[in-house]
Design a protein around this ligand. Structure first.
Ligand code: MSP
Length: 496
């Protein structure tokens, strides 16, 4: 079974911030879950380097655009590494392989392309033309300023795809998630699709259109193609991979670029005769301390700074526990501090610490015993079934609910320790004590696996304490054997 996961490729006109890190970590969680579940995963990310916006940013910085792109793209690569992203590929749209892919795709959709003249209002920030009726006081609906443009342009017959797209949404009800977003897209398509201008002749920072001097591709057709560039398109040797991975592909995108992914991209793919992705998941936006992140307000959250302050797994946890994935959220230092101290240090950290400290106290050795009574059996069963309970949620990108289920098991395990009072059993009933500890080893292992996609470093520490390999969920089907356990150390030291 295959799984392809993608992040949006990021514009390089500004530094990476927590919003970019968020989309990337979400995709990373899905990719890691897939690998742990034994799937063949392809996980790609990258940078979107062409277009008028980037060309102007380089110009105003007084730097050659190629040099500018190299420096800025590297910053996104650094961010990806900082957040411990397990990407298989990082696509830069300025790479030769990507030019080849875009030009090949162009040829495959050429039957739906015609030339005409375009004049209209263009928003460089959104990289799209805006309807005359949507322009208010010189601004697009997004608030970005617009400018008048007139150029000869190539058009894609998007209008021909209206019915085909509606039909696709109907036959594939989970193509767009969350469901509320799906309805938005359907009403947009129902309101009528206009043909899409897909070339630019007024500037040259883009991918040349095959055999057409002076035209470059519209940056969105260029950007969307990155997903198949990464799969080896158009090399015939990769055709099978492209097709199998696309059918099992989950595109994680911000809500503001859903339309490009759920309308334009499927139309291009249909035109090219390529398979459509399985899912477009639109996530929400973060504000910072209740305001839109902006340089002028000075509230842009730098992923490096926040990770150095609170710790990587702490930040990864916070982003997916604090706010339901799909909805908007507010990033605040007070909120993250609260989560770290209650959920991580208290609930999770204490559970692991107290169980392992107790094991040390009795000599570091557990005599494994699965001859459970009902109480231990309940914890054992809830532990063994953890991933089966999470999987259907992960398949719908319900990251928040998945973490919630892990925390239920943490709470149940803490309660089990309180109820069973193993420190007393150490004196009164050693046989029972070892059954209790066996059940707790099971629950800690399950918790380690449940956390692994979200908090890979923490999960690794937990696995190391209890001698678990931790590479595949299937390991949870095996019983523990008698063994010695290591001395624990604090999972979440206070000074981190
Ligand atoms: N280059 C295009 C995407 C092309 S994909 C084929 C683009 N880039 S972007 O850098 O402007 O934004 C990319 C994504 O970053 C957003 O869709 C979203 O996933 C994420 N975020 C950027 N700012 C964000 C927040 N403030 N909050 C949450 N995520 C946001 O659009």
């Amino acid at each position: 079974m295959k799984l392809c996961v993608t992040t949006p490729i990021y514009y390089i006109n500004g530094d990476p911030h927590i919003g970019h890190a968020y989309a990337s970590i979400a995709a990373d969680i899905l990719a890691r879950f897939g690998r742990l579940d034994g799937l063949d995963v392809h996980f790609s990310t990258g940078t979107d380097e062409h277009g008028v916006k980037v060309a102007r940013s380089a110009e105003s910085a007084g730097i050659d655009v190629v040099e500018f792109s190299n420096t800025m793209s590297q910053k996104f690569r650094d961010m990806s590494d900082k957040i411990n992203m397990s990407y298989d590929d990082f696509v830069r749209t300025t790479e030769k392989r990507h030019e080849t892919a875009c030009q090949a795709l162009w040829r495959m959709i050429e039957k739906d392309i015609y030339v005409s003249n375009y004049s209209g209002w263009y928003s460089a920030r959104d990289e799209e033309y805006v309807n005359e009726s949507d322009v208010v006081d010189g601004r697009a609906p997004s608030g970005a300023p617009v400018e008048w443009m007139e150029e000869e342009s190539y058009f894609f017959k998007l209008s021909d795809y209206q019915d085909k797209l509606l039909d696709w949404y109907e036959k594939n009800p989970d193509f767009i998630l969350p469901a509320s977003r799906r309805n938005e897209v359907i009403s947009f398509v129902k309101s009528g699709l206009k043909d899409l201008s897909i070339s630019r002749s007024r500037f040259s920072w883009g991918i040349p259109i095959p055999e057409l001097n002076g035209h470059v591709m519209y940056v969105w057709i260029d950007a969307l193609t990155n997903y198949i560039t990464s799969l080896g398109f158009p090399d015939p040797a990769s055709a099978n991979k492209v097709s199998e991975m696309m059918k099992n592909c989950v595109h994680i995108v911000g809500k503001e670029i859903l339309r490009f992914h759920a309308v334009y991209w499927p139309a291009f793919l249909m035109s090219a005769g390529l398979p459509l992705p399985k899912r477009i998941y639109a996530h929400g936006w973060w504000t910072s301390e209740k305001q839109k992140m902006s340089k002028s307000v000075g509230n842009v959250v730098d992923p490096h700074e926040i990770i150095d302050t609170y710790g990587l797994d702490q930040v990864r946890y916070f982003l997916f526990r604090e706010v339901k994935f799909g909805e908007d959220g507010d990033f605040s230092r007070a909120a993250i501090e609260k989560r770290v101290s209650f959920d991580l240090a208290n609930d999770l950290g204490n559970l692991v610490q107290r169980v392992l400290a107790l094991i040390q106290k009795i000599g570091g050795h557990v005599v494994v015993n699965y001859d459970f009574s009902d109480v231990e059996r309940k914890l054992f069963e809830n532990s063994r079934s953890l991933i089966d309970r999470i999987r259907p949620l992960m398949e719908r990108q319900e990251l928040h609910a998945s973490l919630g289920i892990v925390w239920e098991l943490i709470a149940e395990s803490n309660k089990f320790v309180n109820d069973m009072r193993p420190w007393e059993l150490a004196k009164s009933d050693v046989n029972k004590l070892h059954k209790v500890l066996t059940a707790l080893c099971e629950s800690i292992r399950a918790i380690g696996f449940g956390l692994a996609p979200f908090m890979p470093d923490t999960s690794r520490k937990i696995f190391d304490f209890i001698n678990v390999d931790g590479k595949l969920f299937s390991e949870m089907k095996t019983n523990f054997v008698d063994q010695d356990f290591r001395e624990p150390f604090t999972l979440f030291p206070k000074d981190n």
